[in-house]
Design a protein around this ligand. Structure first.
Ligand code: FAD
Length: 470
């Protein structure tokens, strides 16, 4: 919108939360402006997150399969090579195509796109420093903060994106590091660690906590860690990094047990810091209009995604809840529906989580540990991939499916899957949870044969009866 012209909805940030909110608002007939400072749409997810990481995970998986599995399938060749620039170029092409696609959707839906950095002047006015120079003021009846999150560093560690990189740097290395140390065993660290591990790096993951991916069901997590170890990833759990020295040709990392004790030095070519992400609200002028945040800097909102300031909303990674792209998108749609005077709804209890390693690990709902702690009597159904015909047929049978249901009603409380394509299979479980299905409902639903999804059906049979194939 030109200076002075008022929009119904102004969205600050063009990530999956912001761009989806903007398109939805425009589709609902609201005059909409989206401000993005990056120069491209799609936010963290599309530019330096979900999409480029999945591109590299796929490319590196292809190489790894070619190196380790093709021969068992009778596919032989000589001279297998990695062309890293070509791999990066395919990733960049995918990203560029998708960001342009969103620009196209903005045009189609008549969302006004302002390229620049926004800052609140008042609860209904945002001044924008334009990327191309100069500034403008955008006015809105409703303003949605969708500024997302940024990499969190650790005390005493400076990310230079050369030797000490964040996920952003790890997505754009120009050489395959001989030794890569990953600080933090969350899903981003494990995904990026997997990429470089498959391409030949020696990968060591250092984690302060006693476990990798703490949100994961314990039983699945153990198998997952074993699987990663089989793929040659090394883990140093309950370990803290106390010093990083980049003065030499590589990086020297001093670590010690989390509880204190003897220090050791790890050498690496590259160190990836993946110790979490933090809400990004710097320079946004939240103080100017008095928007409340919690201790972690997350913007506090009510059920309608409104902050304590009337007419100012917030969604996505900038607010509490799982920091995931699909959650940000759901927030965006619901927030706009509320603004338009309709009902919106996001159920944070049924947001799936996926780790895109191979096999993938996907889950929805509660872990067994959480159900146990809640005191609700429950039952567990499990089915190993080894007994699934499709997984055996394709020689990709590592993993299991685990279903936790309420003892009394058999209502599904949580589903955890480690399997090839678990990230696709999980949606059957998400739907089941969303509709309050019992595990018997899923077990009695006809599943196509031979599919890995049958493992979910058989795991469900195990809760109230018996599976056929074990
Ligand atoms: P963001 O995507 O962070 O977008 C916010 C945008 O706002 C940014 O583009 C920023 O430039 C802009 N902005 C900030 N301040 C201003 C301002 N003042 N003015 C104008 N613009 C501003 N999630 C998944 O669900 N699946 C995955 O596989 C996955 N993989 C990931 C892999 C990596 C390596 C990383 C880092 C993240 C991954 N995520 C994944 C998380 C996902 O990227 C985020 O949850 C998601 O991007 C959050 O969306 P958002 O719209 O809230 O914020």
């Amino acid at each position: 919108a030109a200076s002075g012209e008022e929009s119904d909805v102004v969205v600050i940030g063009g990530g999956p939360g912001g761009y989806v909110a903007a398109i939805k608002a425009a589709q609902m007939g609201l005059k909409t402006t989206c401000i993005e400072k990056r120069g491209t749409l799609g936010g963290t997810c599309l530019n330096v997150g979900c999409i480029p990481s999945k591109a590299l995970l796929h490319s590196s998986h292809m190489y790894h399969e070619a190196e380790n599995s093709f021969a068992h399938h009778g596919v032989k060749f000589s001279n297998l090579e990695i062309d890293l620039p070509a791999m990066m170029a395919q990733k960049d092409k995918a990203v560029a195509g998708l960001t342009k696609g969103i620009e196209g959707l903005f045009k189609k839906n008549k969302v006004d796109y302002v390229k620049g950095s926004g800052k609140f002047v008042s609860p209904s006015e945002v001044s924008v420093d334009l990327i191309d120079g100069g500034s403008t003021t955008v006015k809105g009846k409703n303003i949605i903060i969708a500024t997302g999150s940024d990499v969190k560093s650790l005390p005493g560690i400076t990310i230079d994106e050369k030797k000490v990189v964040s996920s952003t740097g790890a997505l754009a290395l120009t050489e395959i590091p001989k030794k890569l140390v990953v600080i933090g065993a969350g899903y981003i660290g494990l995904e990026m660690g997997s990429v470089w591990n498959r391409l030949g790096s020696e990968v060591t993951v250092v984690e302060f906590a006693p476990d990798i991916v703490p949100s994961m069901d314990g039983e699945i997590r153990k198998q997952f860690q074993r699987m990663l170890e089989k793929q040659q990833m090394k883990f140093m759990l309950k370990t803290k990094v106390v010093g990083v020295d980049t003065s030499g040709s590589g990086v020297k990392l001093t670590v010690e047990p989390a509880a204190g004790g003897e220090q050791t030095v790890l050498e690496a070519d590259i160190v990836l810091v993946s110790a979490g992400r933090t809400p990004y609200t710097a320079g946004l002028g939240l103080d100017t209009i008095g928007v409340e945040t919690d201790k972690g800097g997350r913007i506090l909102v009510d059920k309608r995604f409104m902050t304590n300031v009337n007419g100012v909303y917030a969604i996505g990674d900038a607010i509490p809840g799982p920091m995931l792209a699909h959650k940000a998108e759901e927030d965006g749609v619901a927030c706009v529906e509320f603004i338009a005077g309709k009902e919106g709804h996001v159920d944070y209890d049924t947001v799936p989580g996926v780790v895109y390693t191979h096999p993938e690990v996907a889950s929805v709902g509660k872990t067994e540990e959480q159900v146990k702690a809640s005191g609700v009597p429950y039952q567990v159904g499990k089915f190993p991939l080894l007994a699934n015909s499709r997984a055996k047929a394709i020689d990709d049978a590592e993993g299991l499916v685990k279903v936790v249901s309420e003892k009394e009603t058999d209502r599904i409380l949580g589903v955890h899957i480690m399997a090839p394509n678990a990230g696709e299979i999980i949606h059957e479980a998400v739907l089941a949870l969303q509709y309050g299905a019992s595990s018997e409902d899923v077990a009695r639903t006809c599943h196509a044969h031979p599919t890995v999804s049958e493992a979910l059906k058989e795991a469900c049979m195990q809760t109230y009866s018996k599976a056929i194939h074990i």
